[in-house]
Design a protein around this ligand. Structure first.
Ligand code: ADP
Ligand code: MG
Length: 268
């Protein structure tokens, strides 16, 4: 099933993608070169007490439709900071961030929130699942939050069907009613991946998605992300400090002293 097929599971009729320049198509067959997200000469400095800590010092970064890109760098090199700027969780001090052709760093917070809810899926090292909810309910939470109670109830069956389908896709069709404490680390990350895909995002951002997993489970999660990229056309930006994990992406951007060094993987 490709992204179009995934998307067709959810005919919300919201026309939401018209806000960005690239209409989504069958990404798995058209690896076009339009950048989905682009950071231009971005700077970010944090204040630690009286100390200013410059983290990003003129970073250029872009990801094309259908690409699987890795951001690598030592701990503290600013990987998560950059990912947060790309995911509209934060804004740069200087520089610009574009989603499609739309500049997003200077939008009002409410508009950035909308872009994040509708276009971006995120997964994290520690999954961030809600412990009292089942796997299925966890996957549905973004829908509950973003659509509001009325629309959620109206479309509930359709959302549940999509959540089930995504849990099947990530290999958890048999764990729908389990709570997170009844799942392994790998299963929790699979749940988080399904949750990140529930709103059919244009872009999946992954912050050290294998960082808390043993190496075999980490490989399985990488296989899943690669399959989602290759077969479903999901565009992925993944942060990692692990060279071997990063080498499985199409391209690798290395953050060193607040700037990027880019190299294309031989294997891509
Ligand atoms: P990485 O993900 O590569 O490990 P981060 O982007 O999380 O690095 O952090 C880069 C640097 O910025 C670190 O020194 C970190 O302590 C600092 N930092 C990150 N977020 C904040 C914040 N909200 N306030 C102050 N300092 C921060
Ligand atoms: Mg980090």
């Amino acid at each position: 099933m490709n992204k179009t097929a995934l998307a067709s599971q959810e005919s919300t009729g919201e026309g939401r993608r018209q806000s960005v320049a690239y209409a989504h198509g069958n990404l798995s067959t058209t690896k076009s070169k339009a950048p989905i997200i682009r950071a231009v000469d971005v700077y970010k400095t944090y204040q630690k007490g009286r100390l200013k800590v410059p983290v990003l010092r003129g970073v250029d970064f872009q990801v094309e439709q259908g690409e699987f890109s890795a951001i690598i760098g030592q701990s503290g090199s600013g990987k998560s900071t950059l990912l947060h700027l790309l995911g509209t969780l934060d804004v740069p001090d200087q520089g610009e961030v574009f989603f499609g052709e739309q500049r997003i760093d200077n939008l009002k917070a409410i508009k950035r929130d909308r872009i994040r809810n509708q276009e971006v899926g995120m997964i994290f090292q520690f999954y961030h699942l809600l412990p009292e909810l089942t796997t299925l309910e966890n996957v549905l939470t973004p829908k509950m939050i973003s659509t509001g109670a009325f629309r959620y109830l109206l479309n509930r069956r359709q959302y549940i069907e999509r959540a089930r389908m995504l849990l099947e896709l990530v290999g958890l069709g048999h764990r729908l009613n389990h709570k997170p404490r009844e799942l392994s680390g790998g299963e929790m990350q699979r749940t988080a991946i399904a949750r990140a895909l529930i709103s059919d995002p244009t872009l999946l951002l992954a912050d050290e998605p294998t960082g808390n997993l043993d190496s075999q489970t980490g490989k399985d999660i990488m296989d899943l992300l690669q399959r989602l990229n290759r077969d479903e056309g999901v565009t992925i930006v993944m942060v990692t400090h692990d060279n071997e994990i990063a080498s499985q992406a199409d391209s690798v951007v290395r953050l060193v002293e607040g700037r990027v060094q880019k190299s294309r993987n031989q294997a891509a």
